[in-house]
Design a protein. Structure first.
Lengths: 337, 337
């Protein structure tokens, strides 16, 4: 049942949900919960969207896990994948930085991009992750050491233990490669990963299954959100949940990846990929027809739809404060004593 | 006066010198002085030789400063110089690692070299130093942050604040570039830096002037030792010293850079470059003619010559333990109370 679909913008409603209890003492001057405080929240996806979500989550919990697609094969990540054979580090790096000690010089250094010469375009953090993986012989250890360096509060895990490739159906033709898919001028149909049976990272799957709340999106629908969610072990973990999985829709179509798709189209696509969600968070600027389509998707066993003012004033992206407040209000209440 | 030139191999002798007092409590299990213990020792040079010296110095003092040539224009350093315009990081990186906490994963990571692709041959530490310099806008800050990351005990300073180029006279022709000089099949004459008036790093010059002991060599004569010593501000600081500057000669000629040169030839070349040294430490395997030539150089105001068994059993390099012991015995005794 959609509590709020089509209703006014009074924010997320009742039915076992409500404003989450304060997450505990705030760290002075940073308006963030103290280490270990707050609900267990796992965010799944990739790209800039996921790192924005992490910044929003930090406002109400210190127990954040990011489960990150490593299917990226473009840019600095793609070049490193080709030369090292490791999973794509770029989206993991962004998440590490999003959860880093904000005063850390290394957080800035990880985002530093070289200009000119053979290193042109490489983010230093990608090189550090790749180098640490080379030294330790283990990609996971490289992430753990990087997290320590950056003073990360939370965990950053790859969705799959090894590298995978994203495959999408475009007009009945298989298009292979995340970078190519993200540039497709024709509508993308179903996406999947190659190899199809790539195992999920066990800790990542557990973090999805066990969290108080799981947040999908916002971000590139096919090449970030679904790239992580269609990993079989992640999808199964999502299916095992009975509440508290929220899909945050994008503020506007992303060109060309989701050209012409409104929030209802995004949600329909997520559900078509057999990704189970219990709540959908939509910006209150949604048009009447969009709200109507969402209400239709929300009938029966469909997810509850919630509206809130989520965009920055210029609507360029979600406002971390507003998104954090809306998501905090959707954390399932734990059973009372 | 040469105390020991031509004498037997009983090790360095008297004349205001002697076994240095124990450097204070040792760190358990590592056989190294505790932080802050030991004489102030500054090592000047570059390349593998300087990092070996630093490992030897660590055995008797925790107050080590490395003053490092940044004239390198070959390999990973050279490629980074060309793409970033920064001073060469490679020799600085080696010194940071030599003075690092030996249990640090980052020390290993700094030495990790990428294999294949566009990063082939780059040491991760070089990329980190270059990236940090890009972020902070300051090469010195990059070295300080790297030292902190590695748990470095001591200081690593560039000989010059900015990048310089090494120039050498080969058969009356100027050959420009350290990498080219190191491959010269013809004898190298005088070397100098370009620009000739490049200022020394002020802290580096002070570390040379103020140290209890300064160690030059072993290592590539022209492209490491002299590349740092002929920086005018460093040479002036060396000239200001009245005792405690030791030149450690190489175990054997380095091909092709010092082909045909024995320890006496190396010392003569150092003195010809107006680099003031008070003691010369020579391996006890020196031949009679070599000892005789050294004794000649040591007459009058020439440096004292000391012999000790310094080489590893396979004579591939200096043995850090033996070199450390010999150098410790040459630290000037401080005036008694």
């Amino acid at each position: 049942m959609a509590d709020d679909a089509g209703a006014d913008d009074r924010g997320p409603g009742p039915s076992g949900y409500g404003r989450h209890e304060p997450a505990g003492p705030m760290t002075a001057g940073q308006d963030q919960p103290a280490p270990g405080a707050g609900p267990k929240v796992t965010a799944v996806g990739g790209g800039h969207g996921l790192s924005s979500t992490l910044r929003a989550l930090r406002r109400y919990t210190a127990r954040v896990t990011a489960v990150v697609s490593v299917a990226d094969d473009g840019g600095s990540s793609g070049r490193l994948r080709r030369s090292t054979g490791l999973p794509a580090p770029g989206d993991l790096r962004r998440c590490l930085v999003a959860l880093a000690d904000p005063t850390s010089l290394w957080a800035r250094a990880f985002e530093h991009r070289f200009v000119g010469g053979e290193l042109d375009g490489h983010a230093l953090g990608n090189l550090v992750i790749a180098g640490l993986a080379g030294v330790t012989g283990d990609f996971r250890s490289a992430l753990i050491e990087s997290a320590r360096l950056l003073g990360v509060q939370g965990r950053v895990l790859p969705a799959t233990a090894g590298g995978v490739v994203l495959k999408g159906d475009v007009d009945g033709v298989d298009v292979v490669g995340q970078a190519r898919l993200s540039k497709s001028l024709r509508p993308i149909g179903a996406v999947s990963i190659v190899p199809a049976d790539a195992p999920a990272d066990p800790d990542a799957a557990a973090a999805v299954a066990d969290a108080d709340q799981v947040v999908l999106g916002p971000g590139s629908l096919f090449t970030s959100v679904l790239a992580a969610c269609v990993v079989p072990g992640i999808r199964d973990a999502l299916s095992s949940r009975t509440e508290g999985t929220v899909y945050v829709t994008n503020l506007r179509p992303q060109l060309p990846e989701t050209a012409g798709m409104d929030a209802a189209d995004l949600l329909r696509c997520v559900l078509d990929h057999r990704v189970v969600v219990h709540d959908v968070l939509v910006d209150s600027a949604a048009a009447p027809a969009e709200r109507e389509a969402l209400a239709t998707l929300a009938t029966g066993t469909g997810p509850r739809v919630h509206f809130a003012a989520l965009g920055r004033p210029d609507r360029s992206a979600h406002d971390p404060l507003a998104l954090g407040e809306a998501l905090a209000s959707l954390v399932p209440r734990r059973p009372g004593p």
